[in-house]
Design a binder for this molecule. Structure first.
Ligand code: SF4
Length: 272
């Protein structure tokens, strides 16, 4: 027997996937939904998740399981301070202080904080399971993010893509049902953020932004890496970048312009 399970990012697409899935829009109805918490999502995501868990419990008697492999931010600091040996690395941008050559570190965090905790949980709740159809909330406009699982017992399924449902369709679906629209879900410290998103964090979650600045300053001396590391793709201190973004926003509002949307986003089950 194949089990149908949703890997929740608690963002727009995976939440829409869950709500449509529970209504039976994709044939089979999922039996479980699992959210792997990195401990570093914006407050808006946690508030939304709290509401969503109550909503699906009341409407469908359905439970969203929350699992975690730890707090990615605290773990990053502990690793830098030498009190933690191993750390599922975040893809920090790097710059050689002499040559100026830029690069990016390998991304291990998705596997450690998102993919493996979900798989471990499936094994725990369904110990004898042989086949799982793991539904991912990737929408039709993000079709390039489709990727099959690297284990035989899991098959990834992309119901939003099967039905050509785009992100905007998900948002319209919430509005049509008069349900709150989720905020974008991803770690606050994720280096894949667009400028627009960094500005959003600065304006809406100042505590989180300040914490990201602390980490950004500490990773200039990253254990085992000879280059300097940065959270922002420009390889400049986040504290400086945000000042430019604030100025740019003021200018943009005069020019009726906007910052580019997210141009690069994590694959796997991050940010969905
Ligand atoms: S959102 Fe970014 S930092 Fe968080 S686990 Fe995914 S890739 Fe890593």
């Amino acid at each position: 027997m194949e089990h149908h399970i949703i890997s929740m990012g608690a963002g727009t697409q995976s939440t829409d996937l869950l709500l449509r899935g529970l209504k039976g829009e994709f044939g089979e109805v999922p039996t479980h939904a699992i959210f792997s918490d990195t401990g570093n999502e914006p407050k808006g995501v946690y508030n939304y998740l709290e509401w969503l868990r109550k909503f699906v419990d009341q409407e469908y008697k359905f439970t969203i399981d929350v699992v975690s492999a730890g707090n990615i931010y605290n773990d990053a600091l502990a690793y830098l301070e030498g009190t933690r040996k191993r750390y599922g690395g975040v893809p920090y941008y790097t710059k050689n202080p002499i040559t100026g050559k830029k690069g990016i570190l390998r991304r291990q965090c998705t596997g450690d904080y998102k993919i493996r905790p979900v798989r471990r949980h499936i094994r725990k709740i369904l110990p004898k399971v042989k086949r799982v159809s793991l539904w991912l909330g990737i929408s039709y406009d993000e079709i390039q993010r489709m990727k099959q699982a690297n284990v035989k017992w899991i098959t990834h399924r992309f119901p939003l893509i099967e039905r050509k449902i785009r992100r905007v369709d998900c948002i319209n679906n919430f509005k049509a049902k008069r349900l709150p629209v989720p905020v974008r879900s991803s770690c606050v410290i994720c280096p894949y953020h667009s400028d627009k998103y960094w500005l959003w964090i600065y304006e809406n979650e100042p505590d989180h932004f300040d914490a990201a600045v602390v980490l950004d300053e500490k990773i200039r001396n990253y254990r085992g890496i000879k280059d300097e590391c940065f959270l922002h793709r420009s390889c400049r201190p986040l504290k400086e970048v945000i000042l430019d973004l604030i100025k740019g926003k003021e200018l943009a509002s005069k020019q009726l312009n906007i910052f580019p949307e997210l141009i690069e986003e994590c694959e796997g089950v991050c940010g969905i």
